[in-house]
Design a protein around this ligand. Sequence first.
Ligand SMILES: Nc1ncnc2c1ncn2[C@@H]1O[C@H](COP(=O)(O)OP(=O)(O)O)[C@@H](O)[C@H]1O
Ligand SMILES: [Mg+2]
Length: 232
Amino acid sequence: MNELLEIRQLNGFYKKKQVLTGIDLSIAPGEIVGLVGESGSGKSSLAKAILHAGIRTEGEIRLTGKAQMIFQDTYHSLNPAMTVGRIMEEPLLIEGRLTKEERKQRVRDMMGHVELDLTLKDRYPSELSGGQRQRVCIGTALLNDPKLLIADEPVSALDVTVQAKVLQLLDRLNAQDGITLLFISHDLRVVYELCNRILIMKDGRIIEQGSDEEVFMHPKEPYTKKLLSAIM
Ligand SMILES: Nc1ncnc2c1ncn2[C@@H]1O[C@H](COP(=O)(O)OP(=O)(O)O)[C@@H](O)[C@H]1O
Ligand SMILES: [Mg+2]
């Protein structure tokens, strides 16, 4: 098996309440997989299960390498008391392998990589635009050296033009760096643009999956057809 992530018969619970049921899925290295479903269907809970954080699970989750997550709410994802440079340096500090000069250089390189102007290094999150903050989140996540990046509604709070640019960035990181993406969205349109494969989630289950073409052109489930009709 050369899958990056393999999930078998996963159930997820908050206290006694079951919110994930019988999830089976595999993600291969280099894929961009879209996870779609309406609010409350369990998308974020599945992400939490993969990170083993904040949800009790049964079943099997096998992940090769590290996963990192980025969120819709970039403001609360970033420490407001730290500058951008300091925020991005944090994972390298924790890792503790590089000298101060090497860390500064890695942060500068990463800022370039995620297309952040270097002059933003000494700014605070509150002084940045939403798009710039999401780039800081993405760069910081990448400095943790993940194999899988889970993006939970990463562009849902952004203007359409800014959305398009952040999606381009994620696409480029996949193509250039080979980063594997699990892209969570309630917006099928965005998912169709970016993803090679689509999972449809409803009431804690994955009810349909296939290539972007299959799911878009030949949806099987009435629920998927309903999601599609909402954007046509
Ligand atoms: N921390 C929590 N405690 C209890 N119930 C939760 C918690 N987080 C989410 N839920 C419930 O779990 C279900 C799935 O939520 P969630 O995974 O956030 O869905 P989505 O991300 O698709 O909107 C919903 O019914 C939600 O109310
Ligand atoms: Mg969610």
